[in-house]
Design a protein around this ligand. Sequence first.
Ligand code: AMP
Length: 416
Amino acid sequence: MTTVTTPAKFTELGLIPPLLARITELGYQQPTPIQAQVIPSVLAGRDLIAGANTGSGKTASFALPMLQHIHAEKPMSSKGGKGNYATGLILVPTRELAKQVADNIKSYAVHFNGAIKTVAVFGGVSANTQMLALRGGTDILVATPGRLLDLISSNAIKLDRVKTVVLDEADRMLSLGFTEELSELLALLPNKKQTLLFSATFPEQVEALTQDLLTDPLELQLQSADASTLVQRVFTVNKGEKTAVLAHLIHQHQWRQALIFVNAKNSCNHLADKLSKRGITAEVFHGDKGQGARSRVLEAFKAGEIDVLIATDIAARGLDIEKLPVVINFDLPRSPLDYMHRIGRSGRAGEVGLALSLIDYDDFHHFKIIEKKNKIRLEREQVAGFEFDDTVSEELLAAIKPTAKPEGSGKKKWNR
Ligand code: AMP
C-alpha cells in the first residue's frame, strides 16, 4: 500500500469553486493526508481502497469529488427528477453514521443551491418518509444495507444507474453481519461504476470483498496521524473503586466534555445513577433508546449541552463529535478493534485528545491482549489517593510484578 505523507493545498486538488468556497467557510485550512490522496484519485475516476481511521477526514475525501462529478453530469433535479434512481451510493454500518455522512454532504453542497439531492435511509424509523424522500430519485443515497434492501424490494429506489459506490467502514459492516445484504446489494449495481472502499482494518472478509469488487484499485494506507495527537493512558484501580476513581478524575480535570464507554446498556444507567450521587450529571446513549431519543442526546452532546455521556459501543464508530477532549474506557471493550474505534472519538482531525482506560485486576489480562493486537504498550499508572492495594493477594502481586517502588506522588510504574 502507498503510505500517505503529502501535505497539499485544497486549491491544488482539482476541486471546483463552489466546493472550495465551502471548504474555506468550514475553516478547513489544509487537506488531511487522506484527502490529499483520495480527492484527485476519485476525480480521476479510479477505484480505491483506503485504510482510513475515523477522524481522518475520509467523509470529505469521497463526498467532495462525488459532488463534483454529479454537478458536472447534471444532477437529478435538472433532469426533472424522472425515475427513482440513485447516482451515488454510500453504504454505512449504522444509522448515526448514515445521518452524519448525509449531513456532511448537504453541508459541502450548499453552494449548489439545492440542486444536488442527498437522502439518508436507515432502519429503526418508518420507511414511509424515506420512500417519499426518494420519489423522483436522488443524486446521493446514504444507506444502511438492511433498510436499503427493503426499499429496493418496495421499488422505492433502483441501483442500476449508480455511478459511484462507497463502502464506508467496510470492516464494521461485515463484522455487524451485513455480509449477505452487501452481496445482494452489490449484485444490483451496474458493472461499470467507480468503487471506493474505506476500512479501518483489513481482516480476511474485507480482503475477499475488495478482490471481488474493485478494478485495479489504488491502495492507500494512512499513516496513523491520529495516534500522534492522541495520548493514551491506563490506570490500575482496585476492584469496586472504578466509579470513585472516575468521579475523582472528572472533578479533578474539569474536562469540557467526556465520553465514557461501558459494555452493557443497563451499565449506562447504573453508572449514571452512581455518578449523579457524586454530583456529576451524565446522559446515556445506547441501543435501547429509540432513534429519536438517540439523535436528541447526540445533538445535545455535540452542541456541548451535555458534559458527560455514557455510551455502549454503538457510539464508538464513525460518530463525529468535534474536538472531544477525553474518552474513558470504564469497561474495556471486548474486541481490540473496538478499543481503537472508541479512542478514535477523541483527538480528531489533528486535535490533541486523551484516551483513558480504567483497569482492575480482572481486566489486566484482557488489556494486555488489546495492547498486543493494536501494537501498543502503555505504562500502568495509578491515581493519587486511589493507590492500588498491594496487600490484596499473593497471586495478584505475582501477576503484576512492580518494577519501581511507589513514589510520593502516589504514581507507580508496573511492568507486566
Ligand atoms: P471524518 O473522519 O470524515 O469523520 O471527519 C472528522 C472531522 O474532521 C469532521 O468534523 C470534519 O468536519 C473535519 N474535517 C474534515 N476535513 C478537514 C480538514 N481538512 N481540516 C479540518 N477539519 C476537517
